[in-house]
Design a protein around this ligand. Sequence first.
Ligand code: ADP
Ligand code: MG
Length: 365
Amino acid sequence: MMETKSIKKSLFLIFFLIIFFSSCSSPSQSGSKEAPPAEPESQSQLMLGTSCRITLYDGITQSAFDKAFAAIATVEEHMSVNIPESEVSQINTKAGTGQAHSVSQQTFEVVQEALHIAALSDGAFDPTIGPLVSLWGIGSDDPKIPTEQQIAETLPLIDYQQVEIQESQTSISLPRSQMKLDLGGIAKGYAADEVRTKLAEEGVTSALINLGGNVLTMGTKPDGSLWKIGIQDPASERGDHVIILELEDMSVVTSGPYERYFTGPDGKRYHHILDPEDGYPVRRDITSATIVTASSFLADALSTAIYVMGMESGARLVETLEGVEALFIDADSTIYVTSGLEDQTIPNRLSNDSYSLTPVPEKAN
Ligand code: ADP
Ligand code: MG
């Protein structure tokens, strides 16, 4: 059920982006003699549990699409916990046996970065969240609310500091049985960066990569203008945006409780971003957290991290990182931003001109 909802969301987002982009790029009516740039072409595939859409604006060849989707397929084969033979599944199967599992350079790199973000966020982002994800049935057909006792029993398994990595052998091990890695909060971002690399090798300089809302823009549009990426209004089911960011060569990734959730028998919504501290879906006043930065890999992990950390702590972390900006939306649709968005280092606007950006308040302590 959550899977369906997530796919619906993704398709809806893509639909919205298509409408949005087609309405933004009105064809030139002038009598210019220059040949118009080729029409962009999109292809989509269901991968990584979501709809992955790639739109090429130049260098359009089937080979470029094929190599891009193959790169996503490789990430999925290596890192999906839903594929029993994946490298991550094998690390998990060997948990507590004392055996390390030797993995590809790619999986090693993603686990290392996940551990790095875990340390930066003081464990708010934790790639050992797997046992809790399973307990809640996040992403399965049968999500359920665990008992307090089940949560209490599971929490000691969530601890990124216990992951053992051996760089020389690119091997990874989990010391306790039942521990499980889950790279769901970071793998899409890594895959998006991989797609960019493959497309660049194929001569593409202008493209839009959208892996289930994890957006990465390549270059500018062929006419040199910036990409316009709308940030979803979490309060609206209609794909309304609260703000449009104008970007080149940037990734925009949003984490929020509205992206994947189920409704419990108690009528409450339970979403998929879990707090490693207490084992429950994160409860925050903010309704979404967005990261804008060049690397989608970083943007994906950090957007999950700062949603868990909350606005003030999340923004404080982001302000220490060069070239990284964050945007938070609260229940009143107020848009809070870090300094680079406020001072327009990253251009932004709303289509109706009637917006205001509020700097993230400093924490009182
Ligand atoms: P989405 O998958 O909707 O793009 P995120 O990037 O925020 O959203 O990732 C959410 C996924 O990350 C969850 O489905 C789960 O697999 C995993 N996850 C949940 N909570 C955490 C956490 N605290 N730290 C790291 N990963 C998490
Ligand atoms: Mg993420």
